[in-house]
Ligand binder design. Structure first.
Ligand SMILES: [Mg+2]
Length: 242
């Protein structure tokens, strides 16, 4: 990788699920509850909905880049309805958004997020979170893990910056912190994170393996694959611009 690319990085935009939070541990139970809600009392429909969304109801594993791995509440609701959910799609979106806010209470972090964000912030990096979850549930997560004070920007699918893989969330981050996309590292566990980064022209696209993706599914679109976000500490320059 070009070392000059790394030296120019001054801001880090993180995806949330599968990146800050372990995906299967945090979202397995929530996805099951989402399918239960969408099946409206028909237990035979639950596993079908999970399967259609990309989660194996038996193993609990979610397929990379599937609807449940990468979609927002509105997209998941539309997918569940076309797979047979009798709930009206707007109502289902509302119910799933509520569920995802409650689900934030049970999420499992990849590492001590307060320590990692605190140290990156102290080194001078601007930090943001861009997620397909709703903004309220992202804020809930940031408060719960003590990182809200370190975060300069938060965008969910409902924050007005568009959706992944459109570039809007990256542009919103750049505008909020006064950086060019070329100075930003996009960090995520799905190809739509890497594609959002590419569409915005970010300086560096970093994939992590704590979500639903693997080296095989991510390496084509990413500049570099890390096992998890703790690898950022040694990958990035000690201070931005040095
Ligand atoms: Mg993710």
């Amino acid at each position: 990788m070009n070392p000059e690319k790394l030296a120019g990085i001054a801001g880090i935009l993180f995806d949330k699920d599968g990146t800050l939070l372990l995906y299967d541990e945090s979202w397995g139970p929530v996805n099951r509850e989402a399918a239960r809600i969408a099946s409206a009392g028909n237990p035979e429909l639950e596993p079908q909905l999970l399967f259609s969304g990309g989660m194996d109801p038996v193993s609990g594993h979610t397929r990379p880049d599937s609807l449940l791995a990468a979609g927002n509440a509105a997209e998941i609701s539309a997918g569940f309805v076309s797979a047979g959910s009798p709930v009206e799609v707007t109502e289902l979106t509302r119910l799933l958004d509520e569920l995802f806010v409650r689900g934030a209470e049970f999420s499992v972090p990849v590492t001590d997020l307060a320590a990692l964000f605190g140290s990156l912030k102290a080194r001078g990096f601007k930090l943001g979170i861009a997620s397909s979850d709703n903004e309220r549930s992202i804020r809930q997560t940031a408060i719960r893990f003590g990182i809200l004070e370190h975060v300069d920007f938060i965008a969910g699918y409902d924050s007005g910056h568009g959706m992944k893989p459109e570039p809007g969330m990256v542009f919103g981050f750049c505008h909020a912190v006064g950086l060019d996309p070329a100075q930003v590292a996009m960090v995520g566990d799905n190809n739509h994170d890497m594609h959002m980064g590419a569409n915005a022209g970010v300086g560096l696209k970093i994939a992590v393996l704590t979500g639903t993706g693997s080296r095989e599914t991510l390496s084509a679109a990413a500049d570099i694959c890390l096992d998890d976000i703790t690898g950022l500490k040694s990958l990035l320059p000690e201070k931005p611009g040095t």
